[in-house]
Design a protein around this ligand. Structure first.
Ligand code: GLV
Ligand code: GLV
Length: 327
C-alpha cells in the first residue's frame, strides 16, 4: 500500500460529505476560514500532491514556478481564470473544474437579477422597510416588462444557453454573440447570432456569460457600453473584468441604462464605490452557483477530479488535456 496522497483544501466551508470521501484516498489538510496568502499557496505547491482550490486563490506564474510536488489543482468553480493554465501545463500540473452541475443555478441567478432590476425589487423592499408604504399607488415603482423584449446573450456556452432558454420561456426574443454558432440554441429559440455591436444596439437586456480571457477583458468598454440601447439592462454573472467598471459608472451617470445587475466585479472583492450610489443597480456577492444542490454537486465533482488525478487517471473535467502530452 503506497503512502496516502497529501491534499490541501483551501477552505473549511466545502461540503463535508465530499471531503469525507476524499479522506479515504488522501490525507487532508484544511486551511483556516480566511483567504489563503500567496506565501501559503507557495508552500502548498511545494508540499502537497493535490489542492482543492477556490476561485479567489491565485495560482499565478510566480506561485506555480515553486511547484515541486503539486500534481493537480481541482478548482471548486467552473471558471479557472485564477490559474495560469499555460504555466500549470508546463509544470505538468493537471487542472480541473466543475462544469455543468452549476449551470442551472447560475442561469437562475441571472434571471433573478434581470427581474430584480427590471421590477426594482430591492428599491421597493427598502421603501417598505423604511415605513413609506401608505397604500397602493398608480405610479409606485413602475418597471420594465420583459415579455416581447430582446434578450442579448454574450457567450453561448452551457450557462449562457440555459439562461437564454429561460429568457425564451419568458417570452423574450433571443440574440447572441459567441465565437461559434450554437445550433441547439438556434433550433430551440430561433436565436440569431449577431456581431457584438449589433447585439448591443438591439438587446433590451444584455447578459454576460463569457469566460475571462485576454480577449474578453474589458470587452464592454466605454465605447461599447455607449452603444447599448437606451433603457437597456446589463446583467453580469460571468466575470467582473469583462466590464470596464469605471465606464459602467459613466454610462449609468449619463442615465443611458435602465439599470444593472452585477454578481461579479472587476476588482473582486472590491466594488467600485460609485456603483453603490445607484438605486437602479443590484449588487450581489458572487453567488451565482450558491444553491445547496449546486455546491454539493460541485464538491462531488471536485473530489472525483482529485481522486482520478492523484491515481494518474484522466479526471472527468480536465481543463488542460495538453498536460497529458500528444498521444
Ligand atoms: C463561479 O464564478 C465559477 O466559476 O464557478
Ligand atoms: C414599461 O412598461 C416598459 O416595459 O418599458
Amino acid at each position: 500500500m503506497p503512502q496516502k496522497y497529501k491534499v490541501y483544501v483551501t477552505s473549511p466551508r466545502i461540503p463535508k460529505q465530499a471531503l469525507e470521501r476524499l479522506g479515504r484516498f488522501a490525507e487532508i489538510t484544511v486551511h483556516p476560514d480566511r483567504p489563503i496568502t500567496k506565501n501559503e499557496l507557495i508552500s502548498v505547491v511545494q508540499n502537497f500532491d493535490g489542492v482543492l482550490a477556490l476561485l479567489r486563490d491565485r495560482f499565478d506564474a510566480e506561485v506555480l514556478s515553486h511547484a515541486t510536488r503539486l500534481r493537480v489543482i481541482s478548482n471548486y468553480a467552473v471558471g479557472y481564470d485564477n490559474i495560469d493554465i499555460q504555466k500549470a501545463t508546463g509544470k505538468g500540473i493537471w487542472v480541473t473544474n466543475t462544469p455543468d452541475v452549476l449551470s442551472n443555478a447560475t442561469a437562475e441567478l441571472a434571471i433573478a437579477l434581470m427581474f430584480s432590476v427590471a421590477r426594482r425589487l430591492l428599491e421597493a423592499d427598502q421603501f417598505l422597510r423604511q415605513g413609506k408604504f401608505r397604500g397602493w399607488e398608480p405610479d409606485l415603482f413602475l418597471g420594465i416588462e420583459l415579455a416581447g423584449r430582446t434578450f442579448g446573450l454574450l457567450g453561448a456556452g452551457r450557462i449562457g444557453t440555459l439562461t437564454a432558454l429561460k429568457a425564451y420561456g419568458l417570452g423574450m426574443r433571443v440574440v447572441y454573440f459567441s465565437r461559434k454558432r450554437n445550433l441547439l440554441l438556434e433550433a430551440q429559440t430561433g436565436a440569431k447570432k449577431l456581431d457584438l455591436e449589433s447585439l448591443l444596439e438591439t438587446a433590451d437586456v444584455v447578459s454576460i456569460h463569457l469566460p475571462l480571457t485576454p480577449e474578453t477583458h474589458h470587452l464592454l468598454d466605454l465605447t461599447r457600453l455607449q452603444k447599448m440601447k437606451p433603457g437597456a439592462l446589463l446583467i453580469n454573472t460571468g466575470r467582473g473584468p469583462i466590464i470596464d467598471e469605471k465606464a459602467l459608472v459613466q454610462v449609468l451617470r449619463e442615465g443611458r441604462l435602465a439599470g444593472a445587475g452585477l454578481d461579479v466585479y472587476e476588482f473582486e472583492p472590491e466594488v467600485t464605490p460609485e456603483l453603490l450610489e445607484f438605486p437602479n443597480v443590484v449588487l450581489l456577492p458572487h453567488i451565482g452557483s450558491a444553491t445547496h444542490r449546486a455546491r454539493n454537486a460541485m464538491a462531488e465533482v471536485a473530489v472525483e477530479n482529485l481522486i482520478h488525478a492523484l491515481q494518474g487517471q484522466r479526471p472527468p473535467s480536465l481543463v488542460n488535456p495538453e498536460v497529458l502530452g500528444t498521444p
